[in-house]
Design a protein around this ligand. Structure first.
Ligand SMILES: Cc1cc2nc3c(=O)[nH]c(=O)nc-3n(C[C@H](O)[C@H](O)[C@H](O)COP(=O)(O)OP(=O)(O)OC[C@H]3O[C@@H](n4cnc5c(N)ncnc54)[C@H](O)[C@@H]3O)c2cc1C
Length: 401
């Protein structure tokens, strides 16, 4: 049986970020994931918007400086409108908010590679394996690995479930979820355009749901299209797909020229009913999964990382048992308001801009005009988009936890 102080189950963006956030503490950390920890692209090479605040946290973790300049695009302007780009147009501009960029667009693969490269310089154990089961007593918890020839076990004082929406840790603890299915899909494709607008992102609200266009460099944009008929859209050939997309998005970026193969993701909102169990804590998508419309999921998970790492650092300083349920309960309470507010914000946007949920295009246009006309409202939207809502945990001030 191997022993570590903390096992983080799930080496996705959130789990890998937590491993780095804890790496400087006097703790023996193991990061567990079924996929190899190689900085190679994974099949789901999604594009992400990273808020200003999250960039600061990733800088403190040492991952952001490892990205090459071609790996990310700063966003200096976000244009929110209906299809025509004329009615209900709201602009959020970085210079008006006193920052050089509202956020950044980067790829899942590039960011994971940067996190893994930085982890390779630490003492964190990177363990390839899949959590199969759990057993525990008052002092430690034991993880059993699935798919191993011989049953392999790892004991630890704290197990962090960072294993995503279908968390095995959560299931093994018997924690249920509240799940809402938007009955829609996100179709994601990278396209070339004839009239790029550098550093400008678009959020279009169409009769059939929102479309986001995120600049990824040169003349290329990632389009994220929310549709009820996602399977049909995924199976369109390139020409039909580009025609339909152009029809829905409009001509703000000129003609759409070429599209990468389409990826499809179900759109759900899901919350674990508990975030802690004896010697277990859930973070990131294992605890809460959001609709991607506002690009908040990873940004929210990174704030879990920042607060949990700060709490564990404090436990190390005061020689407190960081796996103690009451101690973990304080962490969960500290995260409740941010998760609830971000969920409400994201869900509110979906409801406002999903035709089935708010049929009046005029009401949507009015809402957008209001955002643009009321500086306070726009400022609030911008602050949330930038991930700079105070109080900021240490990582978001570029400080180690
Ligand atoms: C279309 C789309 C667009 C999005 N855009 C944005 C955006 O712009 N900005 C943003 O902030 N968020 C965005 N999100 C949300 C974001 O993708 C997630 O919030 C984020 O990836 C969650 O990270 P995670 O590490 O918690 O989970 P995951 O990325 O799901 O990682 C979970 C990890 O756990 C591992 N694992 C699974 N089971 C086991 C097991 N049994 N044992 C061990 N390991 C296991 C997996 O291999 C994986 O590596 C988007 C989501 C979608 C679907």
């Amino acid at each position: 049986m191997q022993r570590h102080d903390i096992v983080i189950c799930g080496g996705g963006l959130v789990g890998a970020s937590l491993a780095l956030a804890l790496a400087h503490l006097p703790l023996d950390i193991c990061l567990l994931d079924p996929a190899p920890f190689a900085p190679a692209p994974r099949p789901d090479d999604r594009t992400f918007t990273i808020a200003q605040g999250s960039k600061r946290a990733l800088t403190a973790l040492g991952a952001w400086p490892r990205l090459s300049r071609a790996d990310f695009q700063p966003i200096t302007e976000i244009e929110v409108s209906d299809r025509s780009g004329r009615f209900g147009l709201a602009h959020i501009v970085a210079s008006e908010q006193g920052v050089d960029a509202l956020g950044f667009v980067t790829g899942n693969a590039a960011l994971l590679a940067a996190l893994y490269d930085e982890l390779a310089t630490t003492t964190v154990t990177l363990r390839q394996g899949r959590l199969g089961g759990l057993a525990g007593d008052a002092d430690e918890i034991t993880v059993t690995l699935a798919d191993a020839h011989e049953p392999e076990r790892i004991a630890c004082r704290l197990l962090v479930g960072a294993d995503g929406t279908n968390s095995a840790v959560r299931a093994a603890c018997g924690i249920g979820v509240d799940r809402y299915d938007y009955e829609r899909w996100a179709i994601v494709s990278n396209c070339r355009v004839s009239r790029p607008r550098p550093h400008t992102a678009f959020e279009r609200f169409t009769a059939n749901g929102p479309i986001a266009a995120l600049p990824i460099g040169d003349d290329r944009y990632t389009f994220v299209i929310s549709r009820p008929d996602g399977e049909q859209w995924q199976n369109l050939d390139d020409t039909d797909f580009l025609d339909r997309l152009a029809d829905a998005f409009g001509d703000r970026l000129g003609r759409l020229l070429a599209a990468s193969p389409r990826l499809r993701f179900p759109l759900i909102r899901q919350h674990a009913r508990e975030w802690v169990a004896p010697r277990v804590v859930l973070i990131g998508n294992a605890a809460h999964t959001l609709h991607p419309v506002a690009g908040q999921g990873f940004n929210l998970g990174l704030r879990d990382v920042a607060v949990l790492a700060e709490r564990i650092a404090q436990a190390c300083r005061t020689q407190t048992d960081y796996g103690d349920r009451a101690w973990l309960g304080d962490y969960a309470r500290a995260r409740q308001a941010d998760v609830a507010n971000t969920t409400r914000f994201t869900d509110g946007l979906v409801r406002l801009f999903t035709p089935r949920l708010l049929p009046l295009a005029a009401a949507r246009a009015l809402a957008l005009n209001l955002v643009d006309a009321l500086p306070g409202l726009k400022q609030a939207l911008a602050v949330r988009t930038m991930g700079l809502k105070t109080p900021l945990p240490r990582l978001f001030r570029e400080l180690k936890p």
